[in-house]
Design a protein around this ligand. Structure first.
Ligand code: SF4
Length: 538
């Protein structure tokens, strides 16, 4: 799995700006201009990252121009022209990508590709989007410039369905109605799926590109599951189609503009929620990528982390979409699928998850409805929650009896093995009902998260600087608590155990301490005194 070079440069550029090292920012920016000129072709991810970098440069132009007035604007213009040239070139010569070409690029064996298909959450059929929403959380490239061929799309769809996966969408940083291959359009793909009995769980969602009336009418005539995502820009178009066809079309969003101030409205100073709530793999005409939801911020401006799938991968992320994604606790190690197709849980957090923890300020505004945030998670260690679990013990035990001891589905499991498993489950649950055990688990949770945070901050200096900047106001607000902590001489375990302590607030304070010094001696001692991994927490 690789992250993107330009993405890394975007982080370093922002880190220089946030720490007021405008000279270093300028040097980096100039170096980047040279690289963009020496680069013959940019991937979709390259272009998104460069667009983000340019947007950041615009946002902080006053500061950058002060350091070097003439140079900054000329570097900005150089990069802008280079990118504009690439866009013109690509959108004029729209390319088709064949299945074999795509598979060769990823370089996985057929067997691994088959396992990967089970984990597909998104099949993005095109690169580029004709709509160009100002607030595109995907930072979609302007104008379609690459499509999977009809043969490639239908082969991919067949293979994904054959793997037992029908929970994926056909778009991401693209609109499905933009897809074209010669005379064929999205209607041919929907017809192909209907003819082959492929019934996807999710329908098409479109912003109705200009000139797509005819396509929409034909989709409706086919009875396709289609929804409109409405903004001020396409409201009239949507009304006209509804009036003309009399069709009942599901309408989503329906705001003046897209709600998250992303894309060209990204200010690189705030943390926002994301439109992404899926985990799994995304396929585009340019490759395959692991996707994890993140907050929308300077660190991950698309509200998700994308890691290229390469031959040296060790696992695939287990697919979690829609309702299945809601119970995912983003701050816990993820479920993955190994290269033999077996599921297991990672030992550690992925970098994007640690970044999420660092950016989670506990506000409900940041978390998608139904998903647990860190503040809620820490409530599960409180006295009341422990007592509630205790009250539920008989019901839970009855459930274990039904699911484990009386399980009819797995008759091959011996009685002895069932009882062993049953006892283990009851024991584990009982631990979560005893105050003293929960106190220990709570200290373990602090140790586990703080260890991951310390490691991340030490190994990712640019990202650490970005996090420090994005949480600057929260850190300032926490000064009073911070001072109290400074005056504490002993280890933090007593404070964590204390029932009066606001757990989430204390966690934030310790996290802020690590932002100042990832090797903070007192926290290091806590981590060493209470070594914990993910299985030692609630
Ligand atoms: S929000 Fe959707 S329709 Fe709008 S530009 Fe982005 S990908 Fe295209």
């Amino acid at each position: 799995m690789n992250s993107n070079y330009f993405d890394q440069k975007k982080n370093e550029f922002l880190a220089h700006i946030y720490s007021a090292n405008y000279r270093d920012a300028e040097d980096l920016y100039k170096g980047l201009a040279k690289i963009t000129f020496d680069t013959r072709e940019f991937s979709e991810l390259d272009q998104k990252a460069i667009n983000q970098l340019q947007q950041a440069a615009r946002r902080f132009r006053t500061q950058l121009a002060k350091a070097s007035p003439g140079d900054f604007m000329s570097t900005y213009e150089k990069i802008r022209k280079r990118l504009a040239g690439a866009v013109r070139q690509e959108t004029k010569n729209v390319r088709l990508v064949e299945y074999d070409q795509w598979a060769h690029k990823i370089g996985l064996t057929d067997e691994l590709t088959r396992i990967m298909f089970k984990t597909i959450a998104t099949l993005q059929m095109s690169v580029g989007c004709s709509i160009s929403c100002r607030r595109c959380n995907e930072w979609a490239l302007p104008g379609p410039r690459k499509h999977f061929s009809f043969d490639a799309v239908t082969r991919l769809i067949s293979k994904i369905f054959s793997s037992g996966n029908k929970e994926f969408i056909l778009y991401c940083a693209s609109d499905p109605l933009d897809w074209k291959c010669g005379e064929k359009d999205i209607v041919d793909i929907i017809r192909f799926m209907a003819q082959n009995g492929y019934k996807p769980r999710y329908g098409l969602l479109t912003k109705i590109p200009r000139g797509s009336y005819d396509v929409v009418r034909r989709l409706l005539a086919l009875g396709a599951d289609i929804g409109f995502s409405i903004t001020d820009k396409n409201r009239l178009r949507a009304e006209r189609i509804k009036n003309e066809t009399g069709a009942k079309i599901e309408v989503q969003h329906d705001f003046d503009d897209l709600l998250i101030a992303a894309g060209l409205d990204e200010n690189f100073t705030s943390i926002k929620s994301s439109i992404t709530d899926s985990y799994g793999t995304e396929i585009t005409p340019e490759g395959a990528f692991f996707i994890l939801p993140t907050f929308t911020s300077a660190l991950y401006p698309t509200g998700q982390c994308r890691l290229s799938v390469t031959q040296d991968l060790k696992f695939f992320l287990k697919k979690k979409t829609g309702r299945d994604a809601l119970p995912v606790q983003y701050f816990k190690p993820l479920e993955v699928v190994d290269l033999d197709g077996n599921e297991f849980i990672l030992d550690d957090l992925m970098n994007a998850q640690v970044a999420n923890i660092l950016l989670d300020n506990g506000s409900d505004l940041l978390t998608p409805p139904g998903m647990m945030n860190l503040r809620e998670y820490f409530k599960t260690y409180e006295h009341e929650a422990t007592m509630r679990r205790k009250g539920l013990l008989p019901v839970i035990a009855k459930g274990f009896i039904k699911d484990i001891l009386l399980d009819e589905e797995h008759k091959e499991v011996s009685t002895r093995e069932r009882y062993r498993h049953f006892r283990r489950m009851v024991y584990d649950y009982s631990r979560t009902c005893r105050i003293s055990d929960v106190q220990s688990l709570k200290i373990n949770a602090f140790s586990f998260f703080l260890k991951s945070i310390s490691k991340y901050l030490k190994n990712h200096p640019a990202e650490a600087e970005i996090v420090r900047f994005l949480r600057r106001e929260d850190r300032q607000r926490a000064t009073i608590g911070y001072k109290e902590l400074e005056s504490l001489s002993g280890p933090f375990d007593e404070l964590i155990r204390n029932r009066e302590t606001e757990i989430f607030e204390l966690f934030q304070l310790l996290m802020f301490k690590l932002m100042e010094d990832p090797d903070n001696e007192q926290i290091r001692r806590l981590i060493m005194d209470y070594p914990a991994d993910a299985s030692d927490i609630l």
